[in-house]
Design a binder for this molecule. Sequence first.
Ligand SMILES: [Zn+2]
Length: 334
Amino acid sequence: MPDAQLNHTVATLTDGSEVRIPWWRIDSGHDGETLLVIAAQHGNEVQGCEVIRRFKELCESELVAGEVRLVPFANLPAVRHRRSHINLGPEQPYGDHEGHNMNRGWPGDADGNDTERVTHALHEGIVRDCTRALDLHSWSRFTATCTLARDEGLSREMALVSGIRFINWRSLGATGTSVSTIGTLFNDSGRGSITIELAPQWVIRQKEVALGLRAATNLAKLAGMIEGEVEQIDGPYVEFGRDSEADAARKHPLHAPCSGLFVEAGLETSDHVTEGLCIGHIIRDDNLETVEVISPADGWLYQFGCYRPDCDVALPPQHPYASEGDALAFVMEE
Ligand SMILES: [Zn+2]
């Protein structure tokens, strides 16, 4: 059985110091695809790191063809900084990246800022020779775990074995631009790649890690690198992104009927709900009455909870106090 080999990719930073990014390579010794699994391009999105640790153990006993390259801490400086990008301070949103959003900077730049230099080193040392990619991210706890993929060819096939309830089909990336995601980089060169957002950021949850591990394993099975049947999701995939009008007809928003404190009824994003189910209640802030919040349709919770922009970097936007009319959920039909 193949052992994982520990490697380091070294980037020289603008001050002349070096950062060493550790990663594993597992070579089956047989021909096949080279599968990249990469996590923590954003330093606060860490569920994929544990997915990769477990996938490494599995590959050491199960890999029969090709090679896997496993990068649990892609943006190690941002992980050490405990934020999505190395330039961010307290409560600063992702959008204040000033060129330090690794996810938008592939294939990097050896003479660029420190993030671009790390990206360049990863690309040259690990990514450029890979034929397929699984890029693991996380978004806020208020949006469901979701696969993001182009609706074409190999990437489409890969998304449909991800075993993740929601699939957001993305349109073709803008061509002719010099910056891109790993997905764009792969798709534009005829290679398959999907992204999975394992919600939420900041934490590692066994349930999401298990989903990520199943997705990685299924992708390896699809590529003939691990033997056995793909383990599919229970029930249907809930797909959107192809046709905004059709999506709108299946996507049922639920707004706060009054202001007050929204109390979730023990549900989480991705849970199935039925029309008429009480998904929580509001404690009114004027007369202290309890007002039930009722699901408007049968479907799955794509968004759930009271939140505001930048809830992924700051606490007040996560506060459960709702103003009248705030969105509290989106229920997505099959
Ligand atoms: Zn991310």
